[in-house]
Ligand binder design. Structure first.
Ligand SMILES: Cc1cc2nc3c(=O)[nH]c(=O)nc-3n(C[C@H](O)[C@H](O)[C@H](O)COP(=O)(O)OP(=O)(O)OC[C@H]3O[C@@H](n4cnc5c(N)ncnc54)[C@H](O)[C@@H]3O)c2cc1C
Length: 220
Protein backbone atom coordinates (compact mmCIF):
# COMPACT_ATOMS: atom_id res chain seq x y z
CA UNK A 1 0.00 0.00 0.00
CA UNK A 2 1.28 3.53 -0.77
CA UNK A 3 2.11 5.61 2.27
CA UNK A 4 0.47 8.96 1.60
CA UNK A 5 1.98 10.63 4.65
CA UNK A 6 4.44 13.02 3.03
CA UNK A 7 5.09 16.66 2.27
CA UNK A 8 6.21 18.30 -0.98
CA UNK A 9 9.67 19.93 -1.07
CA UNK A 10 10.99 22.01 -3.98
CA UNK A 11 14.53 21.04 -5.00
CA UNK A 12 17.02 23.87 -4.50
CA UNK A 13 20.04 22.10 -5.95
CA UNK A 14 21.49 18.73 -6.87
CA UNK A 15 25.19 19.23 -6.10
CA UNK A 16 27.12 16.64 -8.07
CA UNK A 17 30.29 15.50 -6.27
CA UNK A 18 31.32 12.88 -8.83
CA UNK A 19 29.77 10.31 -11.17
CA UNK A 20 27.92 8.49 -8.41
CA UNK A 21 27.80 10.82 -5.41
CA UNK A 22 25.69 13.92 -4.91
CA UNK A 23 24.07 16.17 -2.35
CA UNK A 24 20.32 16.72 -2.68
CA UNK A 25 19.24 20.06 -1.25
CA UNK A 26 15.54 20.86 -0.86
CA UNK A 27 13.41 23.47 0.85
CA UNK A 28 12.78 22.40 4.41
CA UNK A 29 9.21 23.66 4.64
CA UNK A 30 9.32 23.51 8.45
CA UNK A 31 9.82 19.75 8.54
CA UNK A 32 10.85 18.87 12.12
CA UNK A 33 13.64 16.35 12.73
CA UNK A 34 16.27 15.28 15.22
CA UNK A 35 19.91 14.93 14.04
CA UNK A 36 20.32 11.25 13.16
CA UNK A 37 16.86 10.99 11.61
CA UNK A 38 16.23 9.78 8.11
CA UNK A 39 13.21 10.32 5.90
CA UNK A 40 11.83 8.28 3.04
CA UNK A 41 11.94 10.04 -0.32
CA UNK A 42 9.52 9.06 -3.12
CA UNK A 43 9.97 8.91 -6.87
CA UNK A 44 7.19 9.90 -9.24
CA UNK A 45 6.34 6.16 -9.51
CA UNK A 46 5.85 5.83 -5.74
CA UNK A 47 9.09 3.97 -5.02
CA UNK A 48 10.75 5.16 -1.85
CA UNK A 49 13.99 4.69 0.09
CA UNK A 50 15.19 6.10 3.42
CA UNK A 51 17.92 8.77 3.40
CA UNK A 52 19.62 10.29 6.41
CA UNK A 53 19.38 14.07 6.80
CA UNK A 54 22.78 15.79 6.81
CA UNK A 55 21.72 19.40 7.48
CA UNK A 56 21.37 20.99 10.90
CA UNK A 57 18.09 21.46 12.71
CA UNK A 58 18.34 25.27 12.62
CA UNK A 59 18.76 25.50 8.85
CA UNK A 60 16.07 26.41 6.35
CA UNK A 61 17.04 23.70 3.90
CA UNK A 62 17.21 19.91 4.10
CA UNK A 63 20.32 18.23 2.73
CA UNK A 64 21.01 14.60 1.92
CA UNK A 65 24.26 12.90 0.87
CA UNK A 66 23.39 10.19 -1.65
CA UNK A 67 25.32 7.53 -3.57
CA UNK A 68 23.77 6.83 -6.94
CA UNK A 69 23.37 3.06 -7.37
CA UNK A 70 23.54 2.19 -11.08
CA UNK A 71 20.22 0.56 -12.04
CA UNK A 72 18.63 1.54 -8.74
CA UNK A 73 14.97 2.49 -8.54
CA UNK A 74 15.37 5.67 -6.49
CA UNK A 75 18.88 7.13 -6.29
CA UNK A 76 19.38 7.66 -10.10
CA UNK A 77 16.00 9.38 -10.25
CA UNK A 78 16.99 11.67 -7.38
CA UNK A 79 20.31 12.46 -9.04
CA UNK A 80 18.47 13.61 -12.18
CA UNK A 81 16.24 16.11 -10.35
CA UNK A 82 16.63 19.79 -11.16
CA UNK A 83 16.14 23.00 -9.22
CA UNK A 84 12.42 23.75 -9.00
CA UNK A 85 11.30 20.10 -9.24
CA UNK A 86 9.22 18.96 -6.29
CA UNK A 87 9.88 15.78 -4.35
CA UNK A 88 7.83 14.02 -1.67
CA UNK A 89 9.37 13.33 1.72
CA UNK A 90 7.86 11.45 4.68
CA UNK A 91 8.03 12.71 8.26
CA UNK A 92 11.57 12.05 9.57
CA UNK A 93 12.07 9.02 11.81
CA UNK A 94 14.90 7.15 13.48
CA UNK A 95 16.57 5.84 16.55
CA UNK A 96 20.24 6.64 15.77
CA UNK A 97 21.12 9.66 17.93
CA UNK A 98 24.83 10.49 17.57
CA UNK A 99 26.21 12.23 20.65
CA UNK A 100 22.80 12.58 22.25
CA UNK A 101 21.21 11.11 25.41
CA UNK A 102 24.59 10.16 26.92
CA UNK A 103 25.08 13.03 29.40
CA UNK A 104 28.66 14.31 29.50
CA UNK A 105 30.25 11.11 28.20
CA UNK A 106 32.84 11.51 25.43
CA UNK A 107 31.92 10.08 22.05
CA UNK A 108 33.45 9.14 18.70
CA UNK A 109 32.04 9.06 15.16
CA UNK A 110 32.95 6.37 12.61
CA UNK A 111 31.51 6.62 9.10
CA UNK A 112 32.00 5.12 5.67
CA UNK A 113 30.77 6.96 2.55
CA UNK A 114 27.31 8.45 2.83
CA UNK A 115 27.22 7.19 6.42
CA UNK A 116 28.73 10.56 7.29
CA UNK A 117 25.27 12.18 6.86
CA UNK A 118 23.92 11.84 10.44
CA UNK A 119 27.27 13.07 11.79
CA UNK A 120 27.17 16.15 9.55
CA UNK A 121 23.65 16.80 10.85
CA UNK A 122 24.94 16.53 14.41
CA UNK A 123 27.88 18.87 13.67
CA UNK A 124 25.58 21.36 11.94
CA UNK A 125 23.23 21.32 14.95
CA UNK A 126 25.26 21.06 18.16
CA UNK A 127 28.31 22.81 19.58
CA UNK A 128 29.70 19.88 21.62
CA UNK A 129 32.05 17.95 19.28
CA UNK A 130 33.05 14.28 19.41
CA UNK A 131 36.56 13.54 20.67
CA UNK A 132 37.44 12.16 17.24
CA UNK A 133 36.00 11.08 13.91
CA UNK A 134 37.19 8.33 11.56
CA UNK A 135 35.87 8.71 8.01
CA UNK A 136 36.35 6.18 5.22
CA UNK A 137 35.77 7.05 1.55
CA UNK A 138 36.80 5.74 -1.86
CA UNK A 139 38.35 8.98 -3.14
CA UNK A 140 39.36 12.20 -1.45
CA UNK A 141 36.70 14.17 -3.36
CA UNK A 142 34.03 11.89 -1.82
CA UNK A 143 34.82 13.16 1.68
CA UNK A 144 31.86 15.53 1.93
CA UNK A 145 32.15 17.90 4.88
CA UNK A 146 35.74 16.87 5.66
CA UNK A 147 37.09 20.44 6.03
CA UNK A 148 34.25 21.38 8.39
CA UNK A 149 34.61 18.16 10.36
CA UNK A 150 38.36 18.70 10.65
CA UNK A 151 37.82 22.17 12.12
CA UNK A 152 35.19 20.75 14.48
CA UNK A 153 37.01 17.69 15.84
CA UNK A 154 40.15 15.66 15.08
CA UNK A 155 39.18 13.74 11.92
CA UNK A 156 41.19 10.99 10.20
CA UNK A 157 40.41 10.01 6.64
CA UNK A 158 40.93 6.55 5.18
CA UNK A 159 40.88 6.59 1.38
CA UNK A 160 40.62 3.22 -0.28
CA UNK A 161 40.98 3.88 -4.01
CA UNK A 162 43.63 6.55 -4.51
CA UNK A 163 46.97 7.70 -3.11
CA UNK A 164 46.71 10.97 -1.15
CA UNK A 165 48.34 12.48 1.92
CA UNK A 166 45.75 10.57 3.97
CA UNK A 167 45.80 6.92 5.00
CA UNK A 168 45.44 4.62 1.95
CA UNK A 169 43.10 1.83 2.93
CA UNK A 170 40.01 1.14 4.97
CA UNK A 171 38.62 2.89 8.01
CA UNK A 172 39.08 -0.31 10.01
CA UNK A 173 42.87 0.03 9.53
CA UNK A 174 42.67 3.06 11.84
CA UNK A 175 40.93 1.45 14.80
CA UNK A 176 44.14 1.45 16.86
CA UNK A 177 43.90 5.26 16.86
CA UNK A 178 40.63 5.16 18.83
CA UNK A 179 40.39 6.50 22.33
CA UNK A 180 39.36 3.47 24.40
CA UNK A 181 37.86 3.80 27.85
CA UNK A 182 34.85 2.72 29.84
CA UNK A 183 32.88 5.96 29.35
CA UNK A 184 33.30 6.72 25.62
CA UNK A 185 30.39 6.04 23.24
CA UNK A 186 31.04 4.93 19.64
CA UNK A 187 28.65 5.78 16.78
CA UNK A 188 29.14 3.76 13.59
CA UNK A 189 27.27 4.41 10.36
CA UNK A 190 27.56 3.13 6.81
CA UNK A 191 28.33 -0.25 5.29
CA UNK A 192 27.22 -3.26 7.31
CA UNK A 193 30.65 -4.91 7.00
CA UNK A 194 32.37 -1.85 8.52
CA UNK A 195 29.78 -1.49 11.28
CA UNK A 196 30.12 -5.18 12.21
CA UNK A 197 33.91 -5.13 12.10
CA UNK A 198 34.09 -2.01 14.27
CA UNK A 199 31.57 -3.42 16.78
CA UNK A 200 33.49 -6.69 17.08
CA UNK A 201 36.81 -4.90 17.50
CA UNK A 202 35.41 -2.59 20.18
CA UNK A 203 33.92 -5.50 22.12
CA UNK A 204 37.18 -7.44 21.89
CA UNK A 205 38.83 -4.38 23.38
CA UNK A 206 36.49 -4.21 26.35
CA UNK A 207 33.86 -1.72 25.17
CA UNK A 208 30.35 -2.58 26.38
CA UNK A 209 27.50 -3.11 23.92
CA UNK A 210 25.56 -0.20 25.44
CA UNK A 211 28.36 2.13 24.28
CA UNK A 212 28.25 0.96 20.66
CA UNK A 213 25.58 2.60 18.49
CA UNK A 214 24.99 1.33 14.96
CA UNK A 215 23.21 2.51 11.82
CA UNK A 216 23.49 0.34 8.68
CA UNK A 217 22.69 1.94 5.31
CA UNK A 218 23.86 -0.85 3.01
CA UNK A 219 23.92 -4.58 3.70
CA UNK A 220 26.48 -7.04 2.43
C1 LIG B 1 18.24 3.91 7.67
C2 LIG B 1 18.84 4.10 6.29
C3 LIG B 1 19.39 5.31 5.93
C4 LIG B 1 19.96 5.47 4.66
N1 LIG B 1 20.56 6.66 4.36
C5 LIG B 1 21.19 6.80 3.17
C6 LIG B 1 21.88 8.01 2.85
O1 LIG B 1 21.90 8.99 3.63
N2 LIG B 1 22.49 8.09 1.64
C7 LIG B 1 22.49 7.03 0.73
O2 LIG B 1 23.07 7.15 -0.36
N3 LIG B 1 21.83 5.90 1.03
C8 LIG B 1 21.17 5.76 2.20
N4 LIG B 1 20.51 4.60 2.48
C9 LIG B 1 20.39 3.57 1.39
C10 LIG B 1 19.18 3.94 0.52
O3 LIG B 1 17.99 3.83 1.28
C11 LIG B 1 19.01 3.02 -0.71
O4 LIG B 1 19.12 1.68 -0.32
C12 LIG B 1 20.04 3.30 -1.82
O5 LIG B 1 19.97 4.65 -2.25
C13 LIG B 1 19.78 2.39 -3.04
O6 LIG B 1 18.46 2.61 -3.48
P1 LIG B 1 18.10 2.54 -5.05
O7 LIG B 1 16.60 2.49 -5.12
O8 LIG B 1 18.80 3.54 -5.82
O9 LIG B 1 18.69 1.13 -5.47
P2 LIG B 1 17.92 -0.31 -5.40
O10 LIG B 1 16.89 -0.34 -6.48
O11 LIG B 1 17.45 -0.50 -4.01
O12 LIG B 1 19.11 -1.24 -5.71
C14 LIG B 1 19.73 -1.27 -6.99
C15 LIG B 1 20.80 -2.32 -7.01
O13 LIG B 1 21.91 -1.90 -6.25
C16 LIG B 1 22.24 -2.88 -5.26
N5 LIG B 1 22.76 -2.17 -4.11
C17 LIG B 1 22.08 -1.37 -3.26
N6 LIG B 1 22.95 -0.84 -2.36
C18 LIG B 1 24.17 -1.34 -2.66
C19 LIG B 1 25.49 -1.19 -2.13
N7 LIG B 1 25.77 -0.39 -1.09
N8 LIG B 1 26.51 -1.82 -2.70
C20 LIG B 1 26.32 -2.61 -3.76
N9 LIG B 1 25.10 -2.82 -4.32
C21 LIG B 1 24.07 -2.19 -3.77
C22 LIG B 1 20.92 -3.60 -5.00
O14 LIG B 1 21.14 -4.90 -4.47
C23 LIG B 1 20.33 -3.65 -6.39
O15 LIG B 1 20.89 -4.70 -7.15
C24 LIG B 1 19.95 4.40 3.74
C25 LIG B 1 19.38 3.18 4.10
C26 LIG B 1 18.84 3.02 5.36
C27 LIG B 1 18.27 1.67 5.73
Amino acid sequence: MINLDYTEHPVKEVRIVNDDLFELIVERNNLEFIPGDCAAIYTDTDKSRPYSISSGFNENELRFVIRMMEGGEVSPWLMSREAGDSIRITPPFGWFRPGQDIGDSPFVFLATGTGIAPFLSYMNSFKVPPVQCLYGVRKEADAIGYAELQSYCPTQLAISREETEHHKGRLTDLLNMLQLDSTTHYYCCGLESMVNEVSEWLQENGVGLMQIHREVFFHG
